[in-house]
Design a protein around this ligand. Sequence first.
Ligand code: NAD
Ligand code: WQD
Length: 337
Amino acid sequence: MKILITGGAGYIGSHIGIELLNNGYDIIIIDNYCNSDRNVIRIMQQIAGKSFLSYDCDLRDKHQMEMVFRENAISAVIHCAGLKCVPESIANPIPYYQNNIGGTLNLLECMKRYGVYKIVFSSSATVYGLNNPVPYKEEMLLSATNPYGWTKIMIEQILKDFTTAEKDMKAAILRYFNPIGAHPSGLIGEKPEGIPNNLMPYLCQAAAGKLPSIKICGTDYRTADGTGVRDYIHVCDLVKGHVKALEKLDFLTGTEIYNLGTGKGSSVLKLITTFETVNGIKLKREISKRRPGDIDESYADVSKADKELGWKTELSLEDMCRDSWNYIKKNYAVSTE
Ligand code: NAD
Ligand code: WQD
């Protein structure tokens, strides 16, 4: 079976690609490399010991997209391509809507035209907004605090409408919680870019000597130690959920939604101390103010994925901290002193 991965050179898409190849699937990748490197393709082939086709293609380019679908017998699509930086989406919303929504619409049109009926979509826990109690359940009301989050809610709705109108179409929406970690080889991972917004990339940059200290954004949250709590999930566990979702699509009608998390929350302080202990690094800490719009706690109810997909996570917070740092240390560190 040939699976098209959009955004397949990115952090999550590249790990999905390797997992699919290891499970006997053929893959094709589409990426415009706006947030990834071309050499990731070669590295993926090296890790999996298999080759595959990749297209330097923008999802919004109708002509090129037609070509990809015409040239390949695609069985299903895993749709990861999109812009994902929250503050950037607030500062400059139009490209977020153009890219994430426009790209998805173009992809769905091609799927319909070429009779490709199965899609797995990378959504996000950000769709649970500010007002839901934890743990988050798939049926809760959705809202967003930024354009990035709205693109996820809108795409979820588009998929529901599309699978209602097109009876053969099926979609699995996967709501990722906080993916961190990297492939154990240390050859692929989350590419560091400027000053990171997210906690684990920030920690890694500080550990690599590229930032003077780590920043703890708020110590007055309503949590056990006062810092924000999130459901961190190892990217290698996350991608296994995609294989399960692909298998499940054969037995679904319409659209189904699954949370992909561990079901457990960890605080900022817990993540920092685990990172330090596992990697034998001491980081300088700086207390900073809350980020606007940040919530106290976010973690998943994972019972639906467990029951219906037969999926649950296996890797620990220690594994996540070790593998995230292993990737940065191997590829980007300047100094660990
Ligand atoms: P990423 O930026 O590493 O990967 C996305 C890839 O899509 C990149 O390689 C980028 O070059 C490509 N891309 C973007 N726009 C494109 C377009 N128009 N045409 C072709 N390629 C395009 O991001 P990621 O962390 O791997 O995230 C993958 C998906 O998962 C995204 O949709 C993201 O919103 C979602 N997600 C990520 C997280 C997270 O914390 N990483 C959490 C929840 C959801
Ligand atoms: C985690 C915790 C911060 C940075 C973001 C996106 C969301 C989703 C996942 C894609 C919070 C604290 C952070 C720092 C800190 N992505 N923090 N110092 O907030 O759950 O969500 O990533 O869909 O859309 O908004 O993750 O890693 O940014 O923050 O103390 O330098 O770490 O306040 O409590 P978050 P995060």
